[in-house]
Design a binder for this molecule. Sequence first.
Ligand SMILES: [Zn+2]
Length: 188
Amino acid sequence: MSIENELKQRSNGVCELCGSSDDLKVYQVNLNDDGLDGNVLLCGVCNANVDSPKEIDENHWRCLNDSMWSEHQIVQILAYRTLKQLNESWANELLDMMYLDDDAKAIADAGIVSVEDAGDVKKDANGNILVEGDSVTIIKDLEVKGAGFTAKRGTVVKGIGLGNVAGHIEGKVNGVKIYLKTCFLKKV
Ligand SMILES: [Zn+2]
């Protein structure tokens, strides 16, 4: 039997977080376990939003009030992960009531995009916030690993991109697109 059918049997054909029966799909919670204990069955809404739960109305997630007590630990783990990412007072109260052992917590935490990364505001050496399209000056000679040149102090980099590497922006130096550490830059 496929994992999907096994999960349907386990869940009686409903989303294991919210109980909806719409658009059910397998969601892997524990990336190191592709079996029944690593997966849950989720509806379309839960599936699409469970990785960034704050993007939809938080009332949808009130369902976690029930699913956090699931008899299946992997469902508890996903409920825990989602509550933690919501980081709302009601969610934190529920978290306080939950008991997960350290191994289970580690699985839950492994799926959380750290708050620091998600809300990464890029600032230059003076603490000015950098935005897409800004121009910056490099304030220290920077060896560009892999490109074989040094980005010289005083070089102006125009039209930066924010990229997706924490603490860095993207910019073109010597015609090459590179990542630059924001602490070595000054907004022009
Ligand atoms: Zn659901």
